[in-house]
Design a protein around this ligand. Sequence first.
Ligand code: NAD
Length: 440
Amino acid sequence: MSNLFQGDVSRRQFLASAGLGMVSATAIANLSDTATAQQSEALPQSIPRGGELPPQIQFPPIQAPTEQETGGPPTALPRERRLGFAIVGLGRLSLEEIMPAFGECKLAKPVALVSGDRAKAEQVAQQYSIKPQNIYNYQNYDLLRNNPEVDVIYIVLPNSMHAEYTVRGARAGKHILCEKPMANTVEECQQMIDACKQANRKLMIAYRCQYEPHHRAAIQMVRSKEFGTIKLIQADNGQNQGGDLNQWRLKKSLAGGGSLPDVGIYCLNATRYLTGEEPIAISANLFSTPNDPRFREVEENVTFQLQYPSGVLAICSTSYGYHRASRFRVFGSDAWGQLDPAFTYNGLQMTIGRKSSSNSMAENITQVRMPEKNQFALEMDHMADCVIHDRIPHTPGEEGLQDQKLMALIYKAAQTHQTITLPPVSRLDITRGPTPRTLK
Ligand code: NAD
Protein backbone atom coordinates (compact mmCIF):
# COMPACT_ATOMS: atom_id res chain seq x y z
CA MET A 1 0.00 0.00 0.00
CA SER A 2 1.37 3.38 -0.88
CA ASN A 3 1.67 6.21 1.58
CA LEU A 4 0.09 9.50 0.62
CA PHE A 5 1.99 11.34 3.26
CA GLN A 6 5.51 10.67 4.35
CA GLY A 7 5.71 12.98 7.31
CA ASP A 8 6.94 12.98 10.81
CA VAL A 9 3.44 12.56 12.21
CA SER A 10 2.73 8.99 13.11
CA ARG A 11 -0.21 7.09 11.74
CA ARG A 12 -1.74 6.99 15.21
CA GLN A 13 -1.55 10.78 15.46
CA PHE A 14 -3.05 11.16 12.00
CA LEU A 15 -5.95 8.94 12.93
CA ALA A 16 -6.60 10.65 16.21
CA SER A 17 -6.45 14.11 14.70
CA ALA A 18 -8.38 13.15 11.59
CA GLY A 19 -11.45 12.43 13.66
CA LEU A 20 -10.74 8.75 13.35
CA GLY A 21 -9.81 8.64 16.99
CA MET A 22 -12.46 6.11 17.83
CA VAL A 23 -10.86 3.67 15.42
CA SER A 24 -8.05 2.65 17.66
CA ALA A 25 -4.56 2.04 16.39
CA THR A 26 -5.13 -1.62 17.22
CA ALA A 27 -8.28 -1.67 15.14
CA ILE A 28 -6.44 -0.22 12.18
CA ALA A 29 -3.59 -2.65 12.61
CA ASN A 30 -6.20 -5.38 12.46
CA LEU A 31 -7.07 -4.32 8.95
CA SER A 32 -3.71 -5.38 7.67
CA ASP A 33 -3.55 -8.23 5.19
CA THR A 34 -3.12 -10.89 7.81
CA ALA A 35 -5.99 -12.19 9.86
CA THR A 36 -5.98 -11.29 13.50
CA ALA A 37 -5.70 -13.63 16.38
CA GLN A 38 -8.93 -12.30 17.82
CA GLN A 39 -10.78 -13.33 14.70
CA SER A 40 -9.13 -16.67 14.23
CA GLU A 41 -11.04 -18.83 16.63
CA ALA A 42 -13.63 -20.88 14.82
CA LEU A 43 -17.01 -21.71 16.31
CA PRO A 44 -17.58 -25.33 17.10
CA GLN A 45 -19.74 -26.61 14.27
CA SER A 46 -21.46 -29.94 13.90
CA ILE A 47 -20.78 -29.95 10.15
CA PRO A 48 -17.32 -28.79 9.07
CA ARG A 49 -17.99 -26.11 6.48
CA GLY A 50 -15.91 -24.39 3.87
CA GLY A 51 -12.87 -25.65 2.02
CA GLU A 52 -11.72 -24.86 -1.47
CA LEU A 53 -14.07 -24.68 -4.41
CA PRO A 54 -14.01 -27.81 -6.58
CA PRO A 55 -12.03 -27.42 -9.83
CA GLN A 56 -13.89 -25.61 -12.58
CA ILE A 57 -15.27 -27.78 -15.36
CA GLN A 58 -13.42 -26.85 -18.54
CA PHE A 59 -14.80 -26.85 -22.07
CA PRO A 60 -12.63 -26.76 -25.20
CA PRO A 61 -12.71 -23.32 -26.83
CA ILE A 62 -15.30 -23.00 -29.59
CA GLN A 63 -14.57 -19.45 -30.64
CA ALA A 64 -11.66 -17.82 -32.45
CA PRO A 65 -8.84 -16.55 -30.20
CA THR A 66 -9.95 -12.97 -30.94
CA GLU A 67 -13.47 -13.63 -29.65
CA GLN A 68 -14.66 -13.48 -26.07
CA GLU A 69 -15.29 -16.77 -24.27
CA THR A 70 -17.61 -16.92 -21.29
CA GLY A 71 -14.97 -17.71 -18.68
CA GLY A 72 -16.42 -21.16 -18.03
CA PRO A 73 -19.22 -22.44 -15.87
CA PRO A 74 -19.46 -21.27 -12.26
CA THR A 75 -18.42 -23.69 -9.58
CA ALA A 76 -19.67 -23.87 -6.01
CA LEU A 77 -19.14 -25.60 -2.70
CA PRO A 78 -21.41 -28.59 -2.15
CA ARG A 79 -24.49 -27.41 -0.26
CA GLU A 80 -23.59 -29.10 3.03
CA ARG A 81 -20.22 -27.30 3.10
CA ARG A 82 -21.58 -23.81 2.40
CA LEU A 83 -21.91 -21.35 5.24
CA GLY A 84 -25.38 -20.97 6.71
CA PHE A 85 -26.91 -17.49 6.76
CA ALA A 86 -29.78 -16.26 8.93
CA ILE A 87 -31.64 -13.35 7.34
CA VAL A 88 -33.03 -10.85 9.84
CA GLY A 89 -35.97 -8.78 8.59
CA LEU A 90 -38.07 -9.96 5.67
CA GLY A 91 -38.73 -6.64 3.94
CA ARG A 92 -38.23 -5.51 0.37
CA LEU A 93 -34.47 -5.91 0.17
CA SER A 94 -34.49 -9.37 1.74
CA LEU A 95 -37.30 -10.79 -0.35
CA GLU A 96 -36.70 -9.02 -3.66
CA GLU A 97 -32.90 -9.21 -3.80
CA ILE A 98 -31.12 -11.13 -1.06
CA MET A 99 -33.09 -14.39 -0.92
CA PRO A 100 -33.11 -14.82 -4.72
CA ALA A 101 -29.37 -13.96 -4.80
CA PHE A 102 -28.54 -17.10 -2.81
CA GLY A 103 -29.27 -18.97 -6.05
CA GLU A 104 -26.08 -17.47 -7.47
CA CYS A 105 -23.95 -17.95 -4.37
CA LYS A 106 -21.05 -20.38 -4.34
CA LEU A 107 -20.23 -20.37 -0.63
CA ALA A 108 -23.38 -19.17 1.15
CA LYS A 109 -26.84 -20.64 1.70
CA PRO A 110 -29.94 -19.44 3.59
CA VAL A 111 -30.70 -21.63 6.60
CA ALA A 112 -32.70 -19.44 9.01
CA LEU A 113 -35.10 -16.47 9.05
CA VAL A 114 -35.86 -13.88 11.71
CA SER A 115 -39.15 -12.02 11.37
CA GLY A 116 -41.96 -10.53 13.43
CA ASP A 117 -44.47 -12.04 11.01
CA ARG A 118 -44.61 -15.82 11.45
CA ALA A 119 -46.96 -16.43 8.52
CA LYS A 120 -44.73 -14.50 6.12
CA ALA A 121 -41.63 -16.25 7.43
CA GLU A 122 -43.26 -19.68 6.96
CA GLN A 123 -44.12 -18.81 3.38
CA VAL A 124 -40.56 -17.66 2.65
CA ALA A 125 -39.12 -20.68 4.46
CA GLN A 126 -41.14 -23.00 2.26
CA GLN A 127 -40.01 -21.18 -0.86
CA TYR A 128 -36.33 -21.57 0.03
CA SER A 129 -36.48 -24.97 1.77
CA ILE A 130 -35.68 -23.54 5.20
CA LYS A 131 -36.72 -25.74 8.12
CA PRO A 132 -39.71 -24.36 10.12
CA GLN A 133 -37.69 -24.85 13.34
CA ASN A 134 -35.15 -22.36 11.94
CA ILE A 135 -37.68 -19.49 11.98
CA TYR A 136 -37.06 -17.03 14.81
CA ASN A 137 -38.67 -13.79 15.93
CA TYR A 138 -37.16 -10.64 17.47
CA GLN A 139 -37.72 -11.96 20.99
CA ASN A 140 -36.14 -15.41 20.64
CA TYR A 141 -33.45 -14.17 18.18
CA ASP A 142 -30.74 -14.82 20.79
CA LEU A 143 -31.52 -18.56 20.61
CA LEU A 144 -29.61 -18.56 17.32
CA ARG A 145 -26.67 -19.26 19.61
CA ASN A 146 -27.91 -22.85 19.89
CA ASN A 147 -28.22 -23.36 16.15
CA PRO A 148 -25.01 -24.75 14.69
CA GLU A 149 -26.40 -24.50 11.15
CA VAL A 150 -26.12 -20.69 11.34
CA ASP A 151 -22.64 -19.23 10.77
CA VAL A 152 -23.53 -15.68 9.64
CA ILE A 153 -26.37 -13.34 10.55
CA TYR A 154 -27.32 -10.85 7.81
CA ILE A 155 -29.11 -7.83 9.31
CA VAL A 156 -31.60 -6.24 6.91
CA LEU A 157 -33.65 -4.17 9.34
CA PRO A 158 -34.38 -0.42 9.56
CA ASN A 159 -31.15 1.47 10.30
CA SER A 160 -31.92 2.16 13.97
CA MET A 161 -32.08 -1.59 14.67
CA HIS A 162 -28.68 -2.50 13.15
CA ALA A 163 -26.71 -1.85 16.33
CA GLU A 164 -28.92 -3.86 18.68
CA TYR A 165 -29.16 -6.87 16.37
CA THR A 166 -25.45 -6.82 15.62
CA VAL A 167 -24.54 -6.75 19.30
CA ARG A 168 -27.04 -9.50 20.18
CA GLY A 169 -25.96 -11.55 17.16
CA ALA A 170 -22.28 -11.32 18.05
CA ARG A 171 -23.07 -12.30 21.64
CA ALA A 172 -24.88 -15.32 20.21
CA GLY A 173 -21.53 -16.28 18.68
CA LYS A 174 -22.35 -15.51 15.05
CA HIS A 175 -20.49 -13.54 12.40
CA ILE A 176 -22.36 -10.42 11.25
CA LEU A 177 -23.08 -8.99 7.82
CA CYS A 178 -25.00 -5.74 8.30
CA GLU A 179 -26.77 -3.54 5.76
CA LYS A 180 -25.72 0.05 5.11
CA PRO A 181 -25.82 2.57 6.65
CA MET A 182 -24.06 0.74 9.48
CA ALA A 183 -26.17 2.48 12.17
CA ASN A 184 -27.62 5.85 13.14
CA THR A 185 -24.71 7.19 15.16
CA VAL A 186 -20.95 6.96 15.47
CA GLU A 187 -21.37 5.59 18.99
CA GLU A 188 -23.59 2.75 17.77
CA CYS A 189 -21.05 1.87 15.07
CA GLN A 190 -18.32 1.67 17.68
CA GLN A 191 -20.48 -0.53 19.91
CA MET A 192 -21.01 -2.91 16.99
CA ILE A 193 -17.28 -3.10 16.29
CA ASP A 194 -16.50 -3.65 19.96
CA ALA A 195 -19.15 -6.35 20.38
CA CYS A 196 -17.88 -8.33 17.39
CA LYS A 197 -14.31 -7.96 18.54
CA GLN A 198 -15.17 -9.10 22.04
CA ALA A 199 -17.00 -12.14 20.67
CA ASN A 200 -14.20 -12.96 18.17
CA ARG A 201 -16.66 -12.65 15.33
CA LYS A 202 -16.28 -10.93 11.96
CA LEU A 203 -18.25 -7.83 11.08
CA MET A 204 -18.84 -6.75 7.50
CA ILE A 205 -20.96 -3.87 6.21
CA ALA A 206 -22.90 -4.72 3.07
CA TYR A 207 -21.37 -2.18 0.68
CA ARG A 208 -22.40 -4.26 -2.34
CA CYS A 209 -20.87 -1.87 -4.92
CA GLN A 210 -17.36 -2.54 -3.62
CA TYR A 211 -17.75 -6.17 -4.77
CA GLU A 212 -19.27 -5.35 -8.18
CA PRO A 213 -17.11 -5.76 -11.31
CA HIS A 214 -17.76 -2.30 -12.86
CA HIS A 215 -16.87 -0.59 -9.59
CA ARG A 216 -13.83 -2.82 -9.10
CA ALA A 217 -12.70 -1.97 -12.64
CA ALA A 218 -13.23 1.75 -12.02
CA ILE A 219 -11.18 1.56 -8.81
CA GLN A 220 -8.41 -0.23 -10.66
CA MET A 221 -8.47 2.34 -13.51
CA VAL A 222 -8.29 5.29 -11.10
CA ARG A 223 -5.50 3.75 -9.08
CA SER A 224 -3.48 2.81 -12.18
CA LYS A 225 -3.88 6.36 -13.56
CA GLU A 226 -5.73 5.21 -16.66
CA PHE A 227 -7.49 8.60 -16.72
CA GLY A 228 -4.28 10.49 -15.86
CA THR A 229 -4.29 12.49 -12.63
CA ILE A 230 -7.75 12.60 -11.12
CA LYS A 231 -8.99 16.15 -10.63
CA LEU A 232 -12.65 15.79 -9.84
CA ILE A 233 -15.30 13.20 -9.03
CA GLN A 234 -18.93 14.04 -9.45
CA ALA A 235 -21.48 11.67 -7.92
CA ASP A 236 -25.27 11.80 -7.67
CA ASN A 237 -27.66 9.33 -6.13
CA GLY A 238 -31.27 10.10 -5.37
CA GLN A 239 -34.87 9.12 -5.87
CA ASN A 240 -38.31 10.66 -5.45
CA GLN A 241 -39.36 9.03 -2.18
CA GLY A 242 -43.09 8.95 -1.60
CA GLY A 243 -46.02 6.69 -0.91
CA ASP A 244 -46.59 5.74 2.70
CA LEU A 245 -45.85 8.69 4.97
CA ASN A 246 -45.47 6.23 7.84
CA GLN A 247 -42.57 4.37 6.23
CA TRP A 248 -39.51 4.10 8.49
CA ARG A 249 -37.31 5.97 5.98
CA LEU A 250 -39.20 9.20 6.79
CA LYS A 251 -38.82 8.77 10.59
CA LYS A 252 -35.64 10.19 12.01
CA SER A 253 -35.53 7.81 14.96
CA LEU A 254 -35.64 4.78 12.65
CA ALA A 255 -33.69 6.05 9.64
CA GLY A 256 -31.18 8.38 11.30
CA GLY A 257 -31.66 10.92 8.52
CA GLY A 258 -33.14 11.24 5.05
CA SER A 259 -31.54 10.95 1.64
CA LEU A 260 -27.97 11.21 2.97
CA PRO A 261 -27.70 7.98 4.99
CA ASP A 262 -30.04 6.06 2.68
CA VAL A 263 -28.73 6.89 -0.79
CA GLY A 264 -26.23 9.74 -0.49
CA ILE A 265 -23.94 7.32 1.33
CA TYR A 266 -23.26 5.60 -2.03
CA CYS A 267 -21.71 8.83 -3.39
CA LEU A 268 -19.67 9.40 -0.25
CA ASN A 269 -18.46 5.82 -0.15
CA ALA A 270 -17.66 5.81 -3.90
CA THR A 271 -15.45 8.89 -3.74
CA ARG A 272 -13.60 7.23 -0.84
CA TYR A 273 -13.08 3.82 -2.47
CA LEU A 274 -12.24 5.21 -5.90
CA THR A 275 -9.42 7.31 -4.48
CA GLY A 276 -8.64 5.16 -1.43
CA GLU A 277 -8.18 8.45 0.41
CA GLU A 278 -9.98 10.15 3.29
CA PRO A 279 -11.22 13.74 2.94
CA ILE A 280 -9.39 16.71 4.42
CA ALA A 281 -12.20 19.25 3.93
CA ILE A 282 -15.99 19.01 3.88
CA SER A 283 -18.61 21.60 2.97
CA ALA A 284 -22.32 20.98 2.44
CA ASN A 285 -25.79 22.39 1.82
CA LEU A 286 -29.12 20.94 2.79
CA PHE A 287 -32.60 21.89 1.65
CA SER A 288 -36.03 20.37 2.26
CA THR A 289 -39.16 21.71 0.57
CA PRO A 290 -41.13 23.58 3.26
CA ASN A 291 -44.47 22.02 4.25
CA ASP A 292 -43.78 18.82 2.30
CA PRO A 293 -45.13 16.23 4.77
CA ARG A 294 -42.40 13.77 3.76
CA PHE A 295 -39.71 15.99 5.20
CA ARG A 296 -41.06 16.79 8.66
CA GLU A 297 -38.31 14.72 10.25
CA VAL A 298 -35.71 13.90 7.60
CA GLU A 299 -33.95 15.93 4.93
CA GLU A 300 -34.81 15.99 1.23
CA ASN A 301 -31.74 17.26 -0.64
CA VAL A 302 -28.08 17.41 0.31
CA THR A 303 -25.09 18.55 -1.69
CA PHE A 304 -21.61 18.05 -0.32
CA GLN A 305 -18.10 18.72 -1.45
CA LEU A 306 -15.07 16.81 -0.29
CA GLN A 307 -11.45 17.64 -0.77
CA TYR A 308 -8.99 14.78 -0.78
CA PRO A 309 -5.32 15.06 0.17
CA SER A 310 -4.05 14.31 -3.37
CA GLY A 311 -6.03 17.30 -4.65
CA VAL A 312 -9.09 15.43 -5.90
CA LEU A 313 -12.30 17.39 -5.38
CA ALA A 314 -15.59 15.53 -5.06
CA ILE A 315 -18.98 17.13 -5.69
CA CYS A 316 -21.91 15.00 -4.59
CA SER A 317 -25.68 15.31 -4.51
CA THR A 318 -28.42 13.21 -3.02
CA SER A 319 -32.16 13.67 -2.88
CA TYR A 320 -35.48 12.20 -1.78
CA GLY A 321 -37.16 14.67 -4.14
CA TYR A 322 -35.56 14.42 -7.57
CA HIS A 323 -36.28 11.78 -10.19
CA ARG A 324 -34.03 8.80 -9.92
CA ALA A 325 -30.38 9.47 -10.67
CA SER A 326 -27.51 7.12 -9.92
CA ARG A 327 -24.13 7.96 -11.39
CA PHE A 328 -20.58 9.10 -10.97
CA ARG A 329 -18.00 10.55 -13.28
CA VAL A 330 -14.27 10.66 -12.64
CA PHE A 331 -12.53 13.56 -14.39
CA GLY A 332 -8.86 12.90 -15.03
CA SER A 333 -6.19 14.96 -16.78
CA ASP A 334 -6.19 12.57 -19.79
CA ALA A 335 -9.68 11.10 -19.83
CA TRP A 336 -12.95 10.78 -17.98
CA GLY A 337 -14.71 7.63 -16.90
CA GLN A 338 -18.26 7.24 -15.70
CA LEU A 339 -20.77 4.75 -14.43
CA ASP A 340 -24.35 5.69 -15.26
CA PRO A 341 -26.22 4.05 -13.74
CA ALA A 342 -23.69 3.35 -11.03
CA PHE A 343 -25.47 2.30 -7.83
CA THR A 344 -28.41 0.28 -9.14
CA TYR A 345 -28.68 -3.49 -8.67
CA ASN A 346 -28.12 -4.11 -12.37
CA GLY A 347 -27.78 -2.44 -15.75
CA LEU A 348 -24.56 -0.62 -14.85
CA GLN A 349 -22.93 1.14 -17.80
CA MET A 350 -19.33 2.27 -18.01
CA THR A 351 -18.32 4.96 -20.51
CA ILE A 352 -14.87 6.41 -21.07
CA GLY A 353 -14.02 9.59 -22.98
CA ARG A 354 -10.53 10.43 -24.18
CA LYS A 355 -8.89 12.22 -27.09
CA SER A 356 -8.52 10.09 -30.22
CA SER A 357 -4.93 9.01 -30.79
CA SER A 358 -5.38 9.36 -34.58
CA ASN A 359 -7.24 12.67 -34.75
CA SER A 360 -6.47 15.42 -32.27
CA MET A 361 -9.83 17.08 -33.03
CA ALA A 362 -11.79 13.94 -32.20
CA GLU A 363 -12.95 12.52 -28.89
CA ASN A 364 -13.29 8.77 -28.49
CA ILE A 365 -16.27 7.78 -26.40
CA THR A 366 -16.04 4.12 -25.48
CA GLN A 367 -18.76 1.98 -23.94
CA VAL A 368 -17.13 -0.70 -21.81
CA ARG A 369 -19.27 -3.83 -21.58
CA MET A 370 -18.76 -6.24 -18.72
CA PRO A 371 -20.77 -9.29 -17.71
CA GLU A 372 -23.25 -8.56 -14.96
CA LYS A 373 -22.86 -10.27 -11.61
CA ASN A 374 -25.36 -10.42 -8.79
CA GLN A 375 -23.97 -7.91 -6.30
CA PHE A 376 -25.66 -9.51 -3.30
CA ALA A 377 -24.32 -12.95 -4.20
CA LEU A 378 -20.80 -11.49 -4.54
CA GLU A 379 -21.08 -9.71 -1.23
CA MET A 380 -22.46 -12.74 0.67
CA ASP A 381 -19.86 -15.03 -0.86
CA HIS A 382 -17.14 -12.58 0.19
CA MET A 383 -18.43 -12.71 3.77
CA ALA A 384 -18.48 -16.52 3.66
CA ASP A 385 -14.99 -16.57 2.12
CA CYS A 386 -13.68 -14.37 4.95
CA VAL A 387 -15.18 -16.67 7.57
CA ILE A 388 -13.94 -19.85 5.89
CA HIS A 389 -10.39 -18.56 5.34
CA ASP A 390 -10.25 -16.28 8.38
CA ARG A 391 -9.76 -13.07 6.41
CA ILE A 392 -10.70 -9.50 7.25
CA PRO A 393 -13.73 -8.44 5.17
CA HIS A 394 -12.98 -5.82 2.52
CA THR A 395 -15.69 -3.59 4.05
CA PRO A 396 -15.42 -4.24 7.79
CA GLY A 397 -17.12 -2.26 10.55
CA GLU A 398 -14.41 0.41 10.35
CA GLU A 399 -15.55 1.25 6.80
CA GLY A 400 -19.12 1.84 7.99
CA LEU A 401 -17.92 3.80 11.01
CA GLN A 402 -15.89 6.15 8.83
CA ASP A 403 -18.90 6.91 6.58
CA GLN A 404 -20.97 7.54 9.71
CA LYS A 405 -18.38 10.02 11.01
CA LEU A 406 -18.23 11.79 7.67
CA MET A 407 -22.03 11.98 7.36
CA ALA A 408 -22.18 13.58 10.81
CA LEU A 409 -19.64 16.14 9.57
CA ILE A 410 -21.64 16.73 6.37
CA TYR A 411 -24.71 17.56 8.48
CA LYS A 412 -22.58 19.80 10.67
CA ALA A 413 -21.07 21.62 7.69
CA ALA A 414 -24.55 22.18 6.24
CA GLN A 415 -25.92 23.48 9.55
CA THR A 416 -22.99 25.81 10.27
CA HIS A 417 -22.32 26.83 6.64
CA GLN A 418 -18.68 26.29 7.40
CA THR A 419 -16.03 24.16 5.77
CA ILE A 420 -14.82 21.51 8.17
CA THR A 421 -11.19 20.57 7.84
CA LEU A 422 -9.59 17.29 8.81
CA PRO A 423 -5.91 16.40 9.05
CA PRO A 424 -4.77 14.05 6.28
CA VAL A 425 -4.71 10.29 6.78
CA SER A 426 -1.45 8.66 5.90
CA ARG A 427 -2.39 5.46 4.10
CA LEU A 428 -4.73 4.43 1.30
CA ASP A 429 -7.69 2.17 2.10
CA ILE A 430 -7.16 2.67 5.80
CA THR A 431 -10.59 1.33 6.74
CA ARG A 432 -10.68 -1.58 4.27
CA GLY A 433 -9.56 -5.18 4.39
CA PRO A 434 -7.75 -6.97 1.56
CA THR A 435 -9.12 -6.87 -2.00
CA PRO A 436 -11.92 -9.43 -2.40
CA ARG A 437 -10.99 -12.66 -4.17
CA THR A 438 -12.72 -13.47 -7.43
CA LEU A 439 -14.36 -16.87 -7.16
CA LYS A 440 -14.60 -18.84 -10.42
P1 NAD B 1 -38.18 -2.63 4.43
O1 NAD B 1 -39.02 -1.64 5.13
O2 NAD B 1 -38.68 -3.16 3.15
O3 NAD B 1 -37.90 -3.88 5.40
C1 NAD B 1 -37.60 -3.73 6.76
C2 NAD B 1 -38.03 -4.97 7.51
O4 NAD B 1 -37.82 -4.74 8.90
C3 NAD B 1 -39.50 -5.32 7.34
O5 NAD B 1 -39.65 -6.70 7.16
C4 NAD B 1 -40.12 -4.89 8.67
O6 NAD B 1 -41.25 -5.68 9.03
C5 NAD B 1 -38.98 -5.13 9.64
N1 NAD B 1 -39.09 -4.34 10.84
C6 NAD B 1 -38.83 -4.80 12.07
N2 NAD B 1 -39.04 -3.84 12.98
C7 NAD B 1 -39.44 -2.75 12.32
C8 NAD B 1 -39.82 -1.43 12.73
N3 NAD B 1 -39.79 -1.06 14.01
N4 NAD B 1 -40.18 -0.57 11.78
C9 NAD B 1 -40.18 -0.90 10.48
N5 NAD B 1 -39.83 -2.15 10.03
C10 NAD B 1 -39.48 -3.06 10.95
O7 NAD B 1 -36.76 -1.98 4.28
P2 NAD B 1 -35.60 -2.42 3.28
O8 NAD B 1 -35.67 -1.57 2.07
O9 NAD B 1 -35.61 -3.88 3.12
O10 NAD B 1 -34.29 -1.92 4.09
C11 NAD B 1 -33.73 -2.67 5.15
C12 NAD B 1 -32.26 -2.27 5.31
O11 NAD B 1 -31.57 -2.54 4.12
C13 NAD B 1 -32.02 -0.79 5.59
O12 NAD B 1 -30.94 -0.66 6.46
C14 NAD B 1 -31.65 -0.21 4.24
O13 NAD B 1 -30.83 0.93 4.32
C15 NAD B 1 -30.93 -1.36 3.63
N6 NAD B 1 -31.01 -1.36 2.16
C16 NAD B 1 -29.89 -1.58 1.46
C17 NAD B 1 -29.95 -1.65 0.08
C18 NAD B 1 -28.72 -1.98 -0.70
O14 NAD B 1 -28.71 -1.83 -1.90
N7 NAD B 1 -27.67 -2.47 -0.06
C19 NAD B 1 -31.15 -1.42 -0.59
C20 NAD B 1 -32.30 -1.22 0.17
C21 NAD B 1 -32.23 -1.19 1.55
